[in-house]
Design a protein around this ligand. Sequence first.
Ligand code: C2O
Ligand code: CU
Ligand code: CU
Length: 467
Amino acid sequence: KLDMSYQPSALETIFRSDDEIKITENDIESRPLNIPPLLEPISQTDGQIEYEIRAQNGETEIVPGRKTPSRGYNGELLGPTIKLKKDQQVKLHTGNDMDEVTTYHWHGLIVDEASDGGPHMTIEPDETKTIDFNVDNEAATLWYHPHPHGSTSKQVYEGLAGMVIIEDENTKRLEKHLPHEYGVDDIPVVVQDRFLVDGYKLNYDEVRSIDGTGGDTLLLNGTANATFDAKGRYLRMRLLNGSNVTNFEFSLENNATFYQIGTDGGLLNYPIELKHLFLSAGERAEIIVDLEAFKEEEVKLFVNGITGLTIRRGENKNNADFNPIMSLRTEMLPVIQPHEVAGYPTKLMLMAGTDYRVSINGKKYDPDRIDTTQPLGEYQVWEIVNAKDEMENLIHPYHVHGVQFRILDRDGKIPPRNEQGWKDTVLVNPGETVHVLLKFTKPGKFMYHCHILEHEEHGMMGHVEIS
Ligand code: C2O
Ligand code: CU
Ligand code: CU
């Protein structure tokens, strides 16, 4: 029974984190925030856009003067940002120039099994696979990363991840109101923590941890101690928690407010005023910072209490006609009332255990087993439980492929307003039960799993077959 009287204030933080914060300030020389380039199409016609992307080994100067072996897409570390338009027909040639198997998973993209790039869709060294899909998602910040079973966590840790930006008719409609110049006032921010072995190396095998590999150094788009020269009054940041395990809490200098405008899979109804924002591994949020609200020349974005980004203010010229109470969507997302979903089939997803003993519904991942089915185009309620016992006290970020869902409640209470948008990954606190409503629109076999990458690899993952 849902308690509808509970109206969390937008400023309320409902999350509890028992994680010890391991990231520390470091003395790496501060440098400009790396902005991943936009991927250039190799061809473009009215009907179709075509891209090529290749995973490769590289070398990156994370620490000035030292060359860190790393991995990247079409580059040394991370990958280019891919901008797609709703309803566009896309052809992607995905290649592998590494010496090990990989896959290309499009986290949050609503595509069928063949394009989803789960653990079954492997690409051998020197192989290229072409996928075709139509963009069904609305305007959102999605991402891509490898998903080969057994080495997802290593490949992501060593640098393979990139952002996908979808644009649609709302993007057009909001052009005057939201900053949208890529890399200038609309910036991707991939947040990760890494251990630098011997002061500069990303040696995953030496630092791997069974409950998820964190790090003591914070990297934003691969840059430690990043600075960014802002232009104009408003700065839009597309935050992605690209860590293997670490939960990130974002806040601004002086505990200033900012506005969240989007969740994993799309824009919120209205900007939500926040002082703190919490993202677990795999989650995204789009935020707007009003730089005019500060007297200082430099404004700090804190991540888990330490400086993640130093924003240098430029001229205060209005670059957007942003209004904190404007509607962001033409089609508003309603809060779903309990009676509306009362008759819907419900599935249990019980996440339990830590380290190598993790499981979902008592089972470990089996690549050949279908764990559950759901009819194409039909709604179901998934009851996602984070079982807690004396041993177990971890947040699990629960993610489903090939779909965007809505959170119905957290322990019977409607979610805070900044979680009432489209989601593909939901943070589940220890002992908590979260109900989500989802409908798949593409057939095939899709993964669901904990987005602590090491939990996923230890078997906290299953398949749902849609037909
Ligand atoms: Cu972000 Cu199964 O993935
Ligand atoms: Cu995914
Ligand atoms: Cu987990």
